[in-house]
Ligand binder design. Structure first.
Ligand SMILES: Nc1nc2c(ncn2[C@@H]2O[C@H](COP(=O)(O)OP(=O)(O)OP(=O)(O)O)[C@@H](O)[C@H]2O)c(=O)[nH]1
Length: 391
């Protein structure tokens, strides 16, 4: 699980005609001149959404794709910085907080809202894109987000008309099954996020298949099929997939069929005439919160202590000086050692890795480090405990 892609096969070049980007421009004279398709990428925390997007951003596919990251816990800048490509406008990539323009014409930006304002601003500043990919937070229910974009005239700005193409769900082959089971077992009216994400998607990417055996893979696939029998399932390693399977699929071109049994691609909106599960704040409902700690240059001693702290927290659910239980579901970080070596922390549940970035990969990583934890029981005591290790 390294940010270095050197061990991977070179990305496949895609033929233009392979990717059906021919969104309907029709003969309607009132139609805006450009229709930009949008695909929503969802999937539970750490499933591999950013890895998939990083691949798309750095491949030579010939399209101008705008990738919008919408992260929970303020980790989007870590994602953007670790995309590991320098900006064509600003090779030192110092000014990449807002967006990062890549050599292949793609653009990456991070935002906190659901994307509309940022997309409009981007279009005004950078012209229209061939395609927009919107990454949702790992805990997001894609339904309401999809409903915002689906055939919504509000977002026809006159210059561009954003049309929803489809919803893609990235499922973690290692933790996906247990996540779905946990979400099934909640027992109340609330439907767990992983079920909403899988149920509301048009295509499923079963990712990290390199980390599981065939039996676990089959079982996970079977659970996914029970939740969403309609969506094709593609097995992937680090999001390696031919783009034609995920973009330009026009899943929303035809109106969804309305029936008693709501089809998986149905987008709930205020106009629906059937009952919905209550609208609940999915973070609070699951008791999930995020915690962020910044740090300066870290000595080797502090790095060792941080490693020990993480091992205790992720493997034992214990944090030094905190009596209550802690459950860290996701951790990310970027920090620099006293010798000036940049390191990136990536963790999903009890698996984590601190990798060292090569000098060329470090462009844009500031000396001020940042560690973000997402999970349960992340109170002030946990923050103090982590701060005592890194500051
Ligand atoms: N072995 C292996 N590791 C993977 C694969 N896909 C992603 N990873 C690693 O899993 C970790 C999480 O991947 P991300 O792409 O950041 O996951 P994410 O879904 O964007 O995470 P959130 O935005 O926090 O929800 C990273 O360390 C990746 O390198 C895969 O197919 N195989």
């Amino acid at each position: 699980m390294s940010f270095s892609d050197s061990e991977e096969e070179p990305p496949l070049l895609l033929e233009h005609e392979d990717v059906a980007l021919d969104v309907d421009t029709t003969n309607d004279e009132t139609a805006p001149s450009t229709r930009v398709p949008l695909t929503i990428i969802c999937g539970f925390l750490g499933a591999g959404k950013s890895t998939l997007l990083k691949r798309i951003l750095t491949e030579r596919h010939g399209y101008r794709i705008a990738v919008i990251m919408n992260e929970f816990g303020g980790t989007a800048d870590i994602e953007a910085k670790t995309i590991n490509v320098s900006s064509t406008e600003d090779p030192t990539a110092e000014n990449t907080e807002e967006f990062l323009e890549l050599a292949n014409g793609c653009l990456c930006c991070s935002i906190k809202d659901s994307g509309v304002a940022a997309i409009e601003k981007l279009m005004q500043r950078k012209g229209a894109f061939d395609y927009i990919l919107l990454e949702t937070t790992g805990l997001a229910d894609p339904g309401p987000i999809a409903a915002k974009f689906w055939k919504n005239e509000e977002y026809a700005t006159g210059l561009v008309d954003i049309v929803l193409d489809g919803v893609i769900c990235v499922v973690d082959a290692v933790f996906g099954q247990s996540q779905m089971q946990e979400d099934h077992a909640t027992g109340d009216l609330h439907i767990g996020e992983s079920l909403r994400q899988i149920g509301g998607s048009d295509v499923i990417l079963l990712n990290k298949v390199d980390l599981v055996d065939s039996q676990q893979l089959e079982e996970t696939e079977s659970v996914i099929r029970q939740i969403n029998p309609a969506a094709p399932i593609h097995k992937t390693i680090k999001g390696q997939i031919d783009l034609k399977h995920i973009i330009g699929i026009a899943a929303f071109r035809n109106p969804p069929i309305t029936s008693e049994s709501t089809p998986p691609t149905h987008v709930h909106s205020e106009d629906c005439d059937h009952s919905h599960v209550p609208k609940l704040n999915h973070y609070e409902l699951r008791g999930i919160s995020s915690l962020q700690v910044t740090c300066g240059l870290l000595s080797q001693e502090r790095l060792n202590k941080l490693d020990e702290w993480l091992r205790n927290a992720l493997w034992e659910d214990r944090v030094v000086g905190v009596s209550s239980e802690v459950k860290i579901m996701r951790c990310k970080g970027a920090f620099t050692s006293e010798e000036g070596i940049h390191r990136v922390l990536q963790g999903v549940r009890n698996m984590y890795e601190i990798s060292q970035l090569e000098a060329t990969e470090s462009i844009g990583i500031p000396d001020t480090g940042k560690i973000v934890l997402i999970g349960k029981g992340l109170n002030e005591d946990v923050r103090k405990s982590l701060e005592s290790v890194v500051t």
